[in-house]
Design a protein around this ligand. Structure first.
Ligand code: URA
Length: 258
């Protein structure tokens, strides 16, 4: 409580303050210095709280960015501009695709390796050279201009995982909207899913050893799971099954031509 003073005492107090040099009022509103600190705090404006970091849902961001892409060039740019995947930080390039986008067959691999990361194109290393030979055996070539002989190649992930580790489920989930849109825009007749990560992304499960060779419908079109060429390099005995799958693909394409 402010002690009660009469007019004489107030004048004396004022004169004493003027003598001390306090000749100017520093605020428009008086401050009650006798109030308890609690009450002073309550009267003072609360210090501004730092704004909470905005929660970002990378899958939602990717879905919106992918949906906004009107063509493959737009999609490639949208992927390159996507900043929510940590893999991008360690990558030299965003590896989008290679081959002829008009091809009847779209091959979906896992992720760029070291050579692909440096070149900015999928499947250019040892596994890629085997992939080229495999498809050449049934008359398909990524450099062909004629869609009937051509091949279009991409990966589930456009950025190389460090030490070529398996991508984690979150990484796959946030890049899947781009892959879906990629297929939608390229409109291949059939998909070839190479290896476990491609199967996980598109079929929802790994286990290419069981899945391979069995056609299924994925993203509204026939899809054939196959062994990954990197696996075939390590396990040449599995080339027999890979050859059977290539013949199945060739037969399917011939059927579609009739
Ligand atoms: N393995 C893949 O799955 N993709 C590439 O681009 C290279 C190697």
């Amino acid at each position: 409580m402010m002690p009660q003073m009469d007019t004489g005492e107030l004048h004396a107090l004022l004169a004493w303050q003027v003598e001390l040099g306090a000749t100017e009022a520093i605020g428009d509103t008086p401050i009650n210095r006798y109030a308890s600190p609690m009450r002073l705090e309550a009267a003072a404006p609360a210090p501004a709280e730092p704004a909470p970091a905005e929660e970002v849902d990378p899958v939602a961001v990717a879905t919106e960015a992918a949906a906004g892409a009107r063509d493959l060039a737009g999609l490639s740019a949208a992927m390159a501009a996507f900043t929510h995947c940590e893999l991008k930080r360690g990558a030299q390039n965003t590896v989008f695709a290679d081959g002829n986008p008009a091809a009847r067959v779209m091959v979906i691999g896992e992720a760029p390796g070291r050579e692909e990361d440096l070149a900015g194109r999928p499947f250019v290393g040892a596994a890629g050279r085997l992939l080229d030979r495999m498809f050449a055996a049934i008359g398909l070539d990524r450099t062909a201009e004629d869609a009937a002989q051509a091949l279009y190649i991409t990966n589930v992930l456009p950025w190389r995982p460090p030490q070529n580790r398996d991508p984690d489920p979150d990484e796959i989930a946030m890049l899947l909207p781009f892959l879906r849109r990629h297929v939608e825009l390229a409109q291949p007749e059939v998909l070839v899913c190479m290896g476990n990560i491609s199967c996980l992304a598109l079929f929802g499960r790994k286990g290419v050893t069981r899945l391979r060779g069995r056609w299924a419908e994925v993203l509204g079109r026939p899809a054939l799971p196959m062994f990954h060429p990197a696996y075939l390099l390590r396990t040449p005995a599995a080339k027999r099954e890979a050859w059977a799958d290539l013949l199945s693909l060739q037969a399917r394409l011939r059927e579609g031509q009739r």
